[in-house]
Design a protein around this ligand. Structure first.
Ligand SMILES: Cc1cc2nc3c(=O)[nH]c(=O)nc-3n(C[C@H](O)[C@H](O)[C@H](O)COP(=O)(O)OP(=O)(O)OC[C@H]3O[C@@H](n4cnc5c(N)ncnc54)[C@H](O)[C@@H]3O)c2cc1C
Length: 281
């Protein structure tokens, strides 16, 4: 499809138009699209839930591919195999309802399994990396490959550093749990997020990684930036490490605010904040 609005496909609700946009039905169709991209030397980007990305421009001059149809799920005795397009919150709730735990730390992380692996997403001192048994990918040579070992760190992974692997499916460890107990933890954590995060505005979660021994939110609060606005983008008053789209913000508004925060934190605290979100150009 040509000239498709991505507004509903990114949680910042940025108005960006993709020159071409595809939701392939299966890996054969995905491979066809990738071959077409290679032959025509086009740029492309895979998106999951769009909950960690900032579209920098009003037009994405390439191909956006969304893997919604890679949503298979197999539940084994102590593992699951799940498609990269599967929604994480839906997955954790489904597992909880089947008395399965191990991944409940992810109950409030929007987006897909693929995005979660790419970013090594985590919460409450846990992250997805240690739960991975193997990952099926399409590698840069457009071949299927099963990866059993890969590197990951705080909100980063091999896949983020080598941005040309496409995650198709992931095998994850799970542990038996008690439905009522897991659902109770999920509920408590949800309430805490509602109390502390501006969930009533479009955002993409934490903007910056927490520097070692510090909190990005606290540093941003210290420079007096809570409530600071550029265009339609604003540093949340509720949580300073969130930028929200308050009023038809553009990607440029958000990026300008990010640049100002980085500059001011560097000037006042001599700390280089590292972006957790990803700018897509
Ligand atoms: C309200 C809110 C709260 C959040 N809380 C947390 C939190 O507690 N912890 C946390 O870690 N994050 C959090 N996030 C950030 C975000 O939800 C996670 O980073 C999430 O894992 C991103 O997944 P996604 O599918 O939306 O990825 P997208 O934003 O769509 O993509 C992110 C990156 O992953 C790549 N990618 C996605 N799928 C694939 C694939 N199949 N193959 C290869 N590359 C792929 C994309 O190309 C892109 O580079 C939060 C976001 C919001 C909006």
């Amino acid at each position: 499809m040509k000239n498709v609005s991505l507004k509903k496909y990114n949680t910042y609700k940025l108005n960006c138009t993709a020159k071409e946009f595809y939701i392939p039905n299966d890996k054969e169709e995905l491979l066809q699209i990738l071959k077409y991209i290679k032959e025509n030397n086009l740029k492309y980007k895979i998106i999951g839930g769009g909950s960690n990305i900032i579209f920098a421009e009003e037009v994405y001059d390439g191909v956006i591919i969304k893997l919604d149809n890679f949503n298979n799920l197999e539940i084994g005795d102590n593992y699951i195999t799940v498609g990269s397009g599967y929604n994480v919150i839906k997955l954790v709730n489904l597992l909880a309802n089947n008395n399965i735990g191990g991944l409940d730390f992810a109950s409030g992380i929007p987006g897909t399994v693929g995005g979660m692996i790419y970013n090594n997403a985590g919460a409450y001192g846990e992250e997805i990396g240690p739960h991975v048994i193997e990952i099926t990918v399409i590698n840069p040579n457009l071949e299927l490959e099963i990866i059993k070992k890969y590197s990951y760190g705080y909100r980063t992974s091999f896949f983020k550093e080598n941005n040309n692997y496409i995650i198709l499916e992931v095998k994850l460890k799970i542990t038996p749990g008690n439905k009522e107990e897991i659902l109770e933890i999920i509920k408590e954590r949800k309430n805490k997020r509602i109390e502390s995060q501006p969930l009533n505005y479009p955002s993409a979660g934490s903007v910056f990684r927490n520097p070692e021994g510090n909190f990005a939110g606290k540093l941003i609060e210290d420079i007096g930036f809570k409530g600071k606005k550029i265009g339609g983008a604003k540093v949340s008053e509720k949580h300073a490490n969130f930028i929200v789209n308050e009023n038809d913000a553009t990607g440029k508004d958000i990026i300008s605010l990010i640049d100002e925060i980085k500059k001011e934190v560097k000037d006042k605290h001599n700390i280089d904040l590292v972006l957790e979100q990803e700018i897509v150009k």
